[in-house]
Unconditional design. Structure first.
Length: 254
């Protein structure tokens, strides 16, 4: 229980970061033609993973080299500018400590801890590659799954495709359930399963956390695989955030 309380505090601290995801004010995709954006100084363009700017901090052309999937942050006024490689393209995400969403944030919303949502699962099936889509569009990334985690919840047998992590004793779990769009965010949540000494796996849905896209349109979150949509309602972990940042402005969600 103490670990859960600490986790809630850490999640709140993470989202309250003045240059974190709640500080993002737009997401801009670069092409090989110079473009300017309302909340970013200068002109920007990219050739593969080499990024160019003019008028950002200098009237001279500047360049930055990115590795696929990486990002850099550059000082920008009293905030920062994130320059990131996502799905083979380059995006700019300005982050301001004065964003409307950040000003409205007063902590992550969670259900009370409920021990019934802490279950043990067995890992079944064979290793396979799974193509996982993205809210960024027609882009997919390939993840390795060692099999399905099988467990019982509310009298129903549930199966979730799990994914490998850098730690062999942990598996990544992304899921949707019947609470989505009611008390939890519609596109699903994620958590980490831990290997137990008896060879089974611990799944504690009280630690289920939202993706950044639950707070903002300016994120490139994964799409939960169809087979990971549970028929049961999982009212544990994080609830739908109160506000969400969109292209049309701040939107209330509760």
């Amino acid at each position: 229980m103490n670990n859960w309380t600490e986790w809630v505090s850490a999640r709140t601290k993470n989202f309250a970061n003045p240059t974190g995801f709640l500080a993002v004010t737009s997401m801009n995709w670069l092409t090989n033609e110079p473009q300017s954006f309302e909340d970013v100084e200068g002109e920007w363009w990219a050739e593969d993973h080499k990024v160019f700017s003019r008028g950002f901090t200098s009237n001279e052309v500047q360049s930055f080299d990115l590795k696929p999937g990486s990002e850099i942050t550059l000082p920008a006024g009293d905030g920062v500018l994130e320059v990131a490689s996502r799905h083979g393209s380059i995006i700019l995400r300005p982050r301001s400590p004065h964003s409307e969403l950040l000003a409205k944030f007063d902590g992550v919303r969670v259900f009370d801890y409920n021990p019934k949502y802490a279950v043990e699962a067995t890992l079944e099936g064979a290793s396979k590659a799974v193509a996982v889509g993205s809210l960024a569009g027609d882009t997919k990334s390939e993840k390795v799954s060692p099999g399905e985690l099988v467990f019982e919840l509310d009298g129903q047998v549930c199966r979730i495709t799990a994914f490998e992590t850098a730690n062999p004793d942990q598996l990544s779990v992304m899921f949707r359930d019947a609470s989505n769009g009611v008390t939890t965010y519609g596109t699903g949540r994620n958590l980490t399963a831990a290997r137990l000494e008896n060879g089974k796996w611990s799944i504690d849905f009280n630690f289920a956390q939202n993706y950044p896209c639950s707070y903002t349109d300016f994120a490139t979150c994964p799409i939960v695989p169809l087979e990971n949509r549970l028929a049961v309602s999982v009212e544990a972990g994080e609830k739908t955030p109160s506000y969400r940042s969109t292209d049309a402005g701040l939107k209330q969600q509760d």
